[in-house]
Design a protein around this ligand. Sequence first.
Ligand SMILES: [Zn+2]
Length: 374
Amino acid sequence: MLATGYKRVSKKRPCCVCGKPDWCSTTVTETISFCARSTLNSDRVSRYGWGVFYHDASRSDFSFDFKRNFKQLPKTKKSKVSHEMAPLAIRDKVYRKLIELSPATSNHVIVKGRGGLLERGILDFSHYGNLPRLINERRVLVERLVEELGKEGLRSFEGIPGFWRDTRRRLRLWSEQDAFDDLMLIAFVGPDDLIRACQIRFMRYIPNKSGRYVWLSSLKEKDGCGPGAPLHHANPCSRSAKSILVTEGALKAATAQRLLPDRYVVGNSGVATSHREIIETARRKPLEIAFDNDSFTNPHVARALAALLRSRSADQRSFAYDDAVTILSWDRRVKGLDEALLASLKLSSLTVAEWLKGLTPECREQANRQLFPG
Ligand SMILES: [Zn+2]
């Protein structure tokens, strides 16, 4: 059996890794997925940061020109072990300096472009940078970074996701290739206000496609490491907030935090990620879930949301509290919470039972399987 081509994912056949209908692709036989958004637990990572996932054990089935696009990595599944990350304070220092030396404001596409910061109602740019598109520009930036941080006594970049050393021991940042798009750097901040990791948003606008995000990672390089999938805390200082609101992505979280200042807003990097951290953050507090409005029709989102609900009930039992969980909903034609808020749409809070009632049969089956296993 030969798999000779690729096909793009679509609304009908969304990516089985991230659940989205665009950017990602599979082989025609659907035995291998190439996810543009997630490398978590992938079998390989491509040169451009795509996660490559094999769906069955018959990986000798494919014979297309794999080596041309993808680095040869060890064949055993999950054998690519991430090296240990540097201490939090060091990571924070490096990423803050990186953003300071190459701020979002140095690239108008990131600030004013389609899908940029201003369009999202984000007015504080301090957590956003401009990752140079060209390898030579990144090299210059790294030299400045080394010089500046050297003055502060920081000399090792070991364990900082995104950084690695080439065979001549030169410090490198991210990919060995020039990128076609402008690249926004998005800081993921922890509850202690320290930057854990950065995501990259490819700024090219393509109608009817959502943005493409990858982690700033050097997992695929020798001695490099990946950031895992940390949870972003939009305003860690606002601990007095009564309820915790979770949405997908740091940018949506920033918009939501600005427009819903009475909430403590967190953003995960995908509907299925950081569940434990969300549960811990929301312990003994009301939890509002505001993933994209397609949880009613997208089985992947419905399943992830139900898994989160299940972890929350388990936590409620273990820690004896009964604060409410609600699912936020708005006009179904609008996808993200950020768009809904910017358009001043009315938000409604659904109970779990109300949410289940609104799901398509396929989504309800997925949700029920999570909520009532066995
Ligand atoms: Zn995908």
